[in-house]
Each structure stands twice: as C-alpha cells, then as structure tokens.
Write a new protein. Structure first.
Length: 160
C-alpha cells in the first residue's frame, strides 16, 4: 500500500520560532510547509512554506495558496515559496500577505494588503506574475538580440 504522502500534500505544522515576543502576536502563529506531489513523472520540487500570524491554519487557505503558486510555475522555475498570511486587527485593511519566491537567479518579492485574505493573496500573485513576465520578456529579448547579431554579424549592423 502506498504511503499517504504519495497521494497528496505533505504538511508539517510547527509553532513558529522566529517571532519576537514584542510583536503583539497571538499564540495562533503557525508555520505550515507543503511539498507538492509529483505529477505523472514531471519533476516537481516546489516547496511551499506558509506562515500564519494572527490566524488559524485552514485547509482552504493552504489549497488556495498552492493553486496560485501552481499558476506561477508556467512563468518561472520555482524552487520554493515562502508565503506569510497575516491578520492585523488594529489596522485597515486587516489582511496582509507577504511572498518570497525563490527561483534560479534573483528571487521575487511581493507584499499586499486587502480587506479579505483572498483579495490580498490575489494582489500578491498578480504582482509576482508581473515581475516574472517582465523578467521572461527581458530574457527573450536578449536571446533575440544575440541571435540577430550572430545571423547578421556585427559589421552589417554598424552600417545601419
């Protein structure tokens, strides 16, 4: 019989240890790590770490975050993602989401606030998608320019 880990998300919930006592955070602060399963022989090593501040961990939020990170995988080779879901009771908008996505090369960072957790998460994902698309377009433009130089040679471009 296959292990339960081979059928879904492997997760480990532990109390967050890197929080300062002065941050006015409740004991609900938890850290969840997910490793996405391998799909049909595709190498998939994305590690998603969720950090909850002022919130209780919920399966709905975990699945929402995983679905959004999966959408971003088409734009970049994501090694890991660290997502912080935070509820700030004293400020409006109440929810804040911070994301650090590790990829080969410089990492992507985004932060957003919203009146709902879902709205803040969607803002962060859109910001990350925009950053990834810009980098992908720049890489494509560099490749095209190099190919053009190799095809025409440098001497023919100097006459233009």
């Amino acid at each position: 019989m296959a292990s339960p880990a081979s059928h879904g998300i492997v997760q480990r919930v532990t109390p967050s240890t890197n929080l300062n006592k002065d941050e006015n955070l409740k004991p609900k602060d938890m850290r969840t790590e997910m490793k996405t399963p391998q799909n049909a022989g595709v190498q998939n090593k994305t590690k998603i770490s969720l950090i909850y501040r002022g919130l209780n961990a919920r399966a709905l939020w975990q699945s929402l975050v995983e679905a959004q990170v999966t959408k971003l995988r088409n734009l970049a080779s994501i090694v890991s993602a660290r997502i912080t879901l935070e509820r700030q009771r004293q400020s409006k908008p109440e929810f804040r989401v911070l994301a650090v996505v590790e990829v080969p090369g410089p990492d992507f960072h985004a932060e957003a606030t919203g009146y709902t957790l879902r709205a803040a998460l969607l803002k962060v994902v859109e910001n990350l998608r925009r950053q990834m698309q810009v980098r992908k377009n720049q890489q494509l433009a560099r490749r095209k320019a190099k190919a053009r130089l190799a095809f025409f040679g440098t001497s023919s471009l100097s006459r233009i």
